[in-house]
Design a protein around this ligand. Structure first.
Ligand SMILES: Cc1cc2nc3c(=O)[nH]c(=O)nc-3n(C[C@H](O)[C@H](O)[C@H](O)COP(=O)(O)O)c2cc1C
Length: 368
């Protein structure tokens, strides 16, 4: 067994949870659910393979949180009903049987919804058409709809959706929830000046644009109690704007990450194209800023393939965990292979083509 990358394999802690190592599967939408948003037939073995391959923590793909405006994609799983939540029980059991930990990612699409079986329109902070075009590998095409601006009642329903989904996740046996505050989806639309033109308490200054994060965090914490793990994901880039940099620079990082500490959140997950890049001109990487301003455990994600990169990030205390996305798709057993000093596969976008679902990818995965 390799001792070369010892930092990867240390036991670590988030909240009251012990995580067997510092290797995390990043949340990845695979549009492979049943039509009613319950877990589809290929999903159990897909998630099981990551646990069998040695990942200490698995974060699920983004699950929609309500039967209103949260759904993003055709065949996306939800956690808006008891039935949807309970359909995860066999997945959770497989993961737990292999001593890994699993968090549900709770996601509201806002203006980036490409498909919603409950409603025909989209809603976001303001009536601003999203940049870019819908993603073909999630069955989308053409421009995004122009969303309707959310009313206070809509915002209250969003917050209720997150807290009820968190309770359903807890009762189904998930070890924690990660609230998706990144990548251009609803919460990030509130954080971003050009998609948030509101002049009420949810808009304006960085404090105002973070208001919904505070309200969601507080509502979820009140709903699940003190012990259940809650994390938030942040990014600067968006699926429909890969250039974006927070307009308030490091002050945004300070405000956002210290808010997480103040709201009794248990961890922060940062996603950047490359975990070692400076977040802002001349600054530390985003994960390091998250540690500095929150004092919480931080998961860093983005652009990692080689074990050396992950190991150095951990060794330098830039983060407490490293989350792997695409390279984990190519190597569901990345931790086991690295431990055995084996040879890793390279990722190839054909694994997500033409649709990013598990049936397209069947040849690449340990699926029956
Ligand atoms: C197919 C696919 C689906 C994704 N779905 C999600 C998602 O549901 N939630 C999320 O926060 N990020 C999602 N991401 C982003 C990844 O979590 C990760 O941030 C990104 O792939 C960069 O990490 P990597 O360089 O290790 O791949 C997705 C990425 C891919 C490739």
């Amino acid at each position: 067994m390799s001792t070369k990358y010892s930092f990867l394999f240390e036991t670590s802690v988030i909240g009251n949870l012990e995580i067997p190592n510092r290797l995390v599967v990043a949340p990845m939408t695979r549009v492979s659910a049943e039509k009613d948003g319950t877990v589809g037939p290929l999903m159990k073995d897909y998630y099981k393979a990551f646990a069998a391959g040695g990942f200490g923590l698995i974060i699920t793909e983004g699950l929609y949180t309500d039967q209103l405006y949260s759904q993003a994609y055709l065949d996306q799983p939800g956690i808006a009903t008891q039935e949807q939540a309970l359909s995860w029980e066999p997945v959770i059991k497989e993961v737990h049987d292999r001593n890994s930990v699993i968090f549900a990612q709770l996601m509201h699409a806002g203006a980036l919804s490409q498909f919603n079986r409950f409603v025909g329109i989209t809603k976001g902070p303001s009536a601003v058409q999203p940049l870019g075009e819908q993603m073909p590998f999630y069955h989308g095409s053409g421009p995004y709809q122009v969303p309707k601006a959310m009313t206070q009642q809509d915002i209250d329903a969003v917050i209720k959706g997150f807290s009820e989904a968190a309770v359903l996740a807890k009762n189904a046996g998930f070890d924690g929830v990660e609230i998706h505050g990144a990548n251009g989806y609803l919460l990030d639309q509130f954080l971003t000046g050009y998609t948030n033109k509101r002049d009420d308490l949810y808009g304006g200054s960085i404090e105002g644009r973070l208001c919904i994060y505070r309200e969601v965090a507080n509502a979820v914490r009140a709903a699940v109690g003190d012990e259940f793990v809650i994390g938030f994901r942040f990014s600067q880039k968006k699926v429909n704007d890969i250039e974006h940099v927070w307009e308030d620079g490091e002050d945004a990082a300070k405000q956002a990450f210290s808010l997480m500490r103040d709201c009794a959140v248990d961890y922060i997950h940062t996603a950047e194209p490359n975990i070692n890049d400076a977040a802002f001109s001349g600054s530390a990487p985003l994960s390091e800023l998250a540690k500095k301003y929150s004092g919480l455990p931080v998961i860093a994600n983005g652009g990692v393939s080689a074990p050396e990169t992950a190991n150095v990030t951990l060794k330098n205390e830039q983060a407490d965990f490293v989350a792997l996305g695409k390279i984990a798709l190519a190597n569901q057993d990345w931790p086991a292979v690295v431990k055995a000093e084996g040879i890793l596969n390279t990722f190839d976008f054909s694994m997500l083509s033409p649709i990013a679902n598990l049936s397209s990818a069947k040849n690449y995965f340990s699926l029956n």
